[in-house]
Design a protein around this ligand. Structure first.
Ligand SMILES: Cc1cc2nc3c(=O)[nH]c(=O)nc-3n(C[C@H](O)[C@H](O)[C@H](O)COP(=O)(O)O)c2cc1C
Length: 222
């Protein structure tokens, strides 16, 4: 026997269906997860750059239950810079994560190598070329974590170089609250960062800011 449809429950069901089709799903924008990817660009896997990026990611995650994080450690991976005839390499597995519609922002970490970003970091950025059109990364925040064995070992220059490159993708460069105005500037001593309280504080503040801006920008789009 078919279920009897009253005028009241027909109108209720039709109203709910119209609402679902207007917003695309029953989940509101505020429910959708936002992924913050950390990219550690030292050729040494799991070392100080990866550790400092993880500190920033943990801090981002604590901002909201919506924030999800993942560290991609490029250490040990084979990633060539842009070439006219690009051979397949380890970047191919990373590209889909950068295209994920849930991506809310990036935290890029690089050691200071002669006061510049690492070659691996430059190669990674060059390979992001396909993300410029369509503007996959546009309007998403990017923050930088820079490591050096000196207190003033070029960390701020490394941050500036990476931020400048990411402007080509329409990303929004962010730093953090004081003293992390430009980003995270961390000093490693004998391959350790645990003693650098000031540097770790900048990494935490950068993580918070990335999460805050990611949430704000994602809210605006929907
Ligand atoms: C080729 C090379 C160049 C470096 N140049 C600098 C530099 O200019 N300034 C600095 O503070 N540290 C410099 N360092 C030290 C690294 O930035 C530092 O040890 C960093 O923590 C390494 O990151 P990782 O532990 O993730 O590999 C250099 C290291 C290497 C191997």
């Amino acid at each position: 026997m078919s279920k009897q449809i009253t005028r009241r429950n027909f109108l209720g069901a039709a109203g709910a269906a119209a609402l679902v089709s207007a917003v695309g799903s029953t989940a509101t924008a505020a429910d959708k997860p936002l992924k913050i990817l950390g990219i550690a660009c030292s050729p040494r896997k799991g070392m100080t750059t990866a550790k400092a990026v993880q500190v920033a990611l943990d801090s981002a995650k604590a901002v909201s239950p919506r924030i999800e994080t993942e560290l991609i450690d490029l250490g040990g991976l084979n990633i060539a810079g842009h070439l006219p005839k690009q051979a397949a390499d380890d970047f191919d597995a990373i590209l889909p994560k950068l295209k994920d519609t849930a991506l809310g922002g990036l935290i890029i970490g690089s050691p200071s190598y002669f006061r510049s970003m690492s070659a691996l970091c430059k190669a990674f950025i060059e390979r992001c070329g396909p993300l410029r059109e369509p503007r996959t990364l546009a309007d998403k925040p990017v923050g930088v974590v820079a490591l050096g064995s000196f207190r003033n070992g070029g960390q701020e220059l490394v941050i500036e170089q990476i931020q400048t490159a990411m402007l080509c993708f329409g990303m929004i460069p962010v730093g953090g609250n004081p003293p992390a105005y430009q980003g995270a500037t961390v000093q490693s001593t004998k391959d350790e960062i645990s003693a650098d309280e000031l540097g770790l504080d900048t990494a935490k503040k950068l993580g918070v800011r990335i999460a805050e801006v990611a949430l704000r920008m994602a809210g605006k789009k929907e």
